[in-house]
Design a protein around this ligand. Structure first.
Ligand code: FES
Ligand code: FES
Length: 261
């Protein structure tokens, strides 16, 4: 074998090429390839070289054994596809396996939050508050006491105010959950949100999402007719910053707007 300008280039034999050799041979070369010795030149036999999958640039004269009649471009492509299929088989086999069993206590749960359905695999002890915050990353609802005492976690379920820290996620499947993230519409704040802004009804703001969700329900329930009513029916929502007077003012402002719609 002699090379004029690319000594590392190619060598073919009845068992295949030293570079593509065994793999190519396994997949594309028939059992009894026709072999003949001949000279290849870049000018005359580029196409032949390409058919073998080898670019013969800068090759002067190569003398080698070539199984020219046994490999077509189509066979090379088919061989590549076969190799890809073999490589992909373990992955496909894994994907065809039945889904692994869930750990004990984990159950598929479907939650409708702000009009959108979310499917989760949750421990049956997970509360709605934790499902919202830790699994759906809706962190507007706050965890204050986690014991049903502060009201910071208040959300609406089927239109009614509920403490999400005391409600299990598996128990509210099929119900409509509304959180502070879902009450603004068409790029405009809910009237209650706007009233809290206008009346400066917050200081640190930690209790505010719960206050707003509770206040909306308070108005809808008809429990916002007087200051005393508001204070009574908002008494489950604590504010460590003691912004109560301004919260009452905000609820009265929003009540006018909500009742006029
Ligand atoms: S976090 Fe739910 S009532 Fe305090
Ligand atoms: S504004 Fe700070 S806890 Fe209410």
């Amino acid at each position: 074998m002699s090379f004029s300008r690319r000594p590392m280039a190619m060598r073919f034999s009845p068992v295949g090429c030293v570079h593509y050799g065994p793999e190519l041979n396994r997949t594309t070369i028939p059992a009894a390839p026709v072999v003949r010795r001949r000279s290849l030149t870049a000018d005359n036999d580029d196409r032949r070289m390409l058919r073998l999958g080898i670019r013969a640039q800068n090759v002067g004269t190569i003398e080698c054994e070539v199984s020219v009649s046994t490999i077509t471009r189509r066979e090379v492509i088919r061989g590549g596809a076969a190799l890809a299929a073999v490589a992909a088989e373990p992955v496909l086999a894994r994907s065809r396996q039945a889904p692994t069993e869930m750990a004990p206590g984990i159950a598929p749960v479907s939650l409708k939050v702000n009009g959108e359905i979310h499917r989760l695999n949750l421990d049956s002890r997970v509360t709605v508050l934790d499902a919202l915050r830790e699994h759906l990353y809706l962190t507007g609802s706050k965890k204050g006491c986690d014991q049903g005492q502060c009201g910071a976690c208040t959300i609406h379920i089927d239109g009614e105010r509920v403490l999400s820290c005391l409600t299990l996620a598996v128990a509210v499947q099929g119900k409509s959950i509304e959180t502070i993230e879902g009450i603004a519409a068409h790029g405009e704040l809910h009237p209650m949100q706007q009233a809290f802004v206008d009346q400066d009804g917050l200081q640190c703001g930690y209790c505010t999402p719960g206050q707003i969700m509770s206040a909306i329900a308070c108005v809808r329930e008809g429990h916002a007719k007087s200051d005393a009513d508001i204070r009574e029916y908002m008494s489950g929502n604590l504010c460590r910053c003691a912004a109560y007077p301004k919260i009452v003012a905000a609820i009265k402002q929003a009540r006018e707007k909500m009742e006029s719609v």
